[in-house]
Design a protein around this ligand. Structure first.
Ligand SMILES: NC(=O)C1=CN([C@@H]2O[C@H](COP(=O)(O)OP(=O)(O)OC[C@H]3O[C@@H](n4cnc5c(N)ncnc54)[C@H](O)[C@@H]3O)[C@@H](O)[C@H]2O)C=CC1
Ligand SMILES: O=C(O)C(=O)Cc1ccc(O)cc1
Length: 323
């Protein structure tokens, strides 16, 4: 499909792409670049690519597909470093969890001769680093592409085909809309998890040890999310500020209503909300988009595929693994 794939950043997502692209024969050669020599050595030891470069400009030389897989805060520096070395006609993409900021930062730095098609696979885990990736990560997950109007449709279709070959469903979206949707479905859930685990961490020592000792599945599930990479998530909240604040405003209003219902002992209001939310959970499961129980119980660094949706549904009914 591609002659040379260059991956800049080789953590959970970059290494999962490397593994899946290799498995499905999607690139003749895979060039890997990352900032630290230690991570590059790890990637080499895992056999993730064909060439390994500390200099990202060397990695992108002759590449017809370049994908940035670093935390979003590194994009500007990486784009400055590779811009002059990009091959005319190359597709330049990324996997960042925010999109409007990525367009704002990268677009002015890129030569007009490349096809710039930002992307976001909505698939991941709380683990990071080259050993955390696995080739099945993208199977049955969405990958959102956010090209500007006027982008070559053939280039968009080629990149969409790359993601489909790794098992993803592809949707094209406006970057601002992407950021609003992901703010409520992904970014705020992470913020809530960081907050609740932070609250426990600030409790006095004796209470804290009891919380840890008796932690029920609800709190345990939050700790999984709150174990996600601090740098990556710092960058998400720095770069999707407006959408996160907008959705957080609505969230706070709803939390106040819930607080009032608890204070007033308003059973019908509580039950009505919990019934509506249970229905949402079931519609997610039925749509085959269940991720929590399916993906996140897997041990760090193994290549065990995520269970098929049918298995996940069974677990959901019987196991009580979900928050
Ligand atoms: N972790 C997740 O579940 C998901 C993450 N994403 C996005 O994917 C991107 C990467 O995330 P992960 O793979 O989870 O992170 P990670 O922490 O596992 O890997 C990041 C990689 O980038 C490298 N790196 C950092 N700064 C760099 C720089 N200046 N130049 C070159 N390399 C640099 C690191 O050495 C590492 O190899 C982020 O933008 C994130 O928003 C998207 C979907 C899911
Ligand atoms: O680990 C989790 O619960 C996730 O939600 C994974 C994830 C993290 C960031 C993304 O941009 C997309 C998916």
């Amino acid at each position: 499909m591609f002659e040379k794939l260059a991956l800049i950043g080789i953590g959970l997502i970059g290494s999962s792409i490397a593994r899946a692209a290799r498995q499905h024969n999607l690139a003749r050669t895979i060039a890997i670049s990352t900032r630290s020599a230690q991570t590059l050595d790890e990637a080499r030891a895992l056999g993730l690519g064909d060439t390994y470069e500390l200099d990202p400009a060397k990695a992108v030389e002759g590449a017809d597909l370049v994908i940035l897989c670093t935390p979003v805060g590194a994009y500007e520096a990486v784009t400055r470093a590779i811009a002059a070395a990009l091959m005319p006609g190359a597709i330049v993409s990324d996997v960042g969890s925010v999109k409007a900021h990525v367009v704002k930062v990268m677009k002015p730095l890129l030569p007009a001769s490349v096809h710039f098609i930002p992307g976001h696979p909505i698939a991941g885990t709380e683990h990071s680093g080259p050993s955390a990736g696995f080739p099945e990560l993208f199977i049955n997950r969405w990958c959102v592409l956010t090209p500007e109007a006027g982008t070559d449709p053939a280039a968009i279709e080629k990149l969409a085909g790359f993601w489909r070959a790794m098992g993803s469903n592809v949707e094209v979206m406006d970057p601002g809309h992407h950021d609003m949707v992901l703010a409520i479905t992904s970014h705020i859930p992470h913020l809530i998890a960081y907050n609740i685990v932070g609250t426990v961490s600030d409790l006095e020592a004796s209470t804290k040890s009891e919380v840890i000792k008796f932690s029920a599945s609800g709190f345990r599930d939050f700790t999984r999310i709150a174990a996600s990479d601090p740098v990556m998530w710092r960058d998400v909240f720095l770069t999707n500020r407006d959408a996160v604040l907008e959705m957080l405003g609505r969230f706070n209003e709803d939390l106040s209503s819930l607080q009032r219902a608890v204070r007033n002992g308003d059973g019908p209001a509580l039950e009505a909300l919990f019934t509506r939310t249970r229905a949402i959970r079931r519609s997610i499961i039925n749509a085959g988009q269940e991720t929590a129980a399916a993906d996140f119980g897997r041990p760090h660094g193994t290549d065990t595929p995520a269970p098929a949706p049918a298995e996940a549904v069974q677990r959901d009914h019987g196991g009580g693994e979900d928050a």
